[in-house]
Design a protein around this ligand. Sequence first.
Ligand code: COA
Length: 390
Amino acid sequence: MQIGIDKIGFYTPQMYIDMNELAEARDVDPAKFTIGIGQERMAVPPITQDAVTLAANAALEILTDEDKQQIDYVIFATESGIDQSKAAAIYVHRLLGLNPNARSVEVKEACFGATAGIQMAKGHIALHPESKVLVLGSDISRYGLNTGGEVTQGAGAVAMIISANPRIMTIDEPSVYHTEDIMDFWRPNYSDVAFVDGKFSNEKYISFFQNVWGQYQTKTEMGLADFDAICFHMPYTKMGLKALKSIFDEETNSDQDRLMDRYEISKTYNKLVGNIYTGALYLSLISLLELNTDIEPGARIGLYSYGSGAVGEFFSGILQPGYKEVLKTAQHQKLLEERKALSVAEYEDIFQEGLPTDGSSVTLPVEEDPAVICLGGIENHSRHYVNKNR
Ligand code: COA
């Protein structure tokens, strides 16, 4: 039985800051941000969006009533979750009106979480071929104003339906993985911004890629020639490029142009949105699938997932006949085109706006947020969400 991605959706907040303007405000040469780091714009979430609402908005565009009945497992990957105990998946389950006879859980391993979710979903479908699993990767990436990581922030979510006989891409065996206990990026419970050793993180991202790529080659006897494209986890768009180039050598000369061209396509949405942590690899897959003009069904796509801390995994899938017809290309381009540009001062004000941390209640201006699903406020220590369509 073939199992894989049957549908894929995406959501990002409707405000952004331009990297040239941010660079000027930080007294940095804009080329460092746009070329050295490879980012053009960065999504800025309003106070009415959190990991739950971003994920629910991403799922909204791909679910039919039939899907809502067939989904019996919701797996929510995040590293910017809202509760230490209750799974964010449960809020999404209610907001979307899913079948009550479902499992709903949250998984965590930094940016790797959604890949863990996909593999869990695959096991579930292997046992229950008639079911569908909703896998969500949703995050707000925050390093802080005036920090080295500021240029690599962002916000957004990817939602995928994993099923048997998928219409977009199978997820094939083998999958190879690697774990090491390292402190390259982490966020203690008392902090709302991440701690990162940026250079160390970059080194580990690349060495984990070399490790899993080596394992994959040994297990499959495949090489770069077998791949039409490789998608990478993208904390910023230069990162995956460095990893890709690290496995090029003279023997792979004839494949390099193809993989480099496809890499350029795969980074298009990421460079306009910024880092969305768990969803970043899958946003790059969406970008590749929606924007390429010549990748035919039957093509093999490699995927490299990396979560700091750290876990890396490499696996691949085959594009299915008619995959382009299942994609939400026009909606995603409209979403990105209709965003509002913020000044640096506006971005800083929004960044510093926070929800109460002392247990007090708050009502939030959902009417100012064009998203369908918003955080409406907090009362009795509980977040209250609004689905404007229901
Ligand atoms: N024009 C063009 N490129 C320029 C430039 C300019 N004027 N100035 C600098 N650059 C290049 C540098 O050469 C460097 O390129 P390289 O990486 O190919 O060598 C790149 O811009 C970044 O410069 P650097 O000095 O290393 O930046 P930094 O010290 O500010 O750190 C990060 C950059 C990415 C490490 C930092 O933003 C960070 O820590 N981000 C978070 C990291 C992260 O997300 N980790 C998780 C990985 S999963």
